[in-house]
Design a protein around this ligand. Sequence first.
Ligand code: SF4
Ligand code: SF4
Length: 189
Amino acid sequence: MTIRIKKDKIAQGLLRTVEKMADVDLSTCFQCKKCDSGCPVSNLTGSPPSEILRRLHLGAGNELLESDLVWMCVSCETCFARCPMGIDIPSAIDALRVLAVEQRTPTPEGNMPLFNRVFLKTVKIFGRTYDLGMITAHKIGTNSYMKDADKFPVMLKKRKIALLPPRGADRKMAKRIFDSVRRNKENQK
Ligand code: SF4
Ligand code: SF4
């Protein structure tokens, strides 16, 4: 694929910003592409992980925040495990997500930022993900009530989805983690 780099004033700092936010050193990437071969969504995206790093090195600007991998990455950390230089790519992608939200960058179809928010909300409330709660909130937010509705009975039958919220999760621990993140954010202001 053709890589288009738009250099602008903000772009100069994008690499450094991501490195600082994610606490990673991206300069050691030598483009071996081992991260791409293990990435479960690499084939579905226009920009696999190695390309995201290359574009950062080349001074890509905020257009990088529109890359589909930024929202399609499932944080499986396979790329991190495979990288011979131990580069924490998922953290770098997380940093790009945060920047994309802060700058209200257009996101791919499916409203992934909303999905992220409802995912975190259920973890915060139940201490663990609650699939049905997530799906309901996402459907309300995207006004797509009937999309994939035919799959629901099958998933229910195969016990791939539960009607009731999860039990036994350490809700207090989850609350402590969320409180700690909130405090850290407030201290950074
Ligand atoms: S595996 Fe590591 S060094 Fe190789 S391209 Fe990916 S990030 Fe760069
Ligand atoms: S963490 Fe994201 S970029 Fe890395 S292999 Fe998994 S899906 Fe791909």
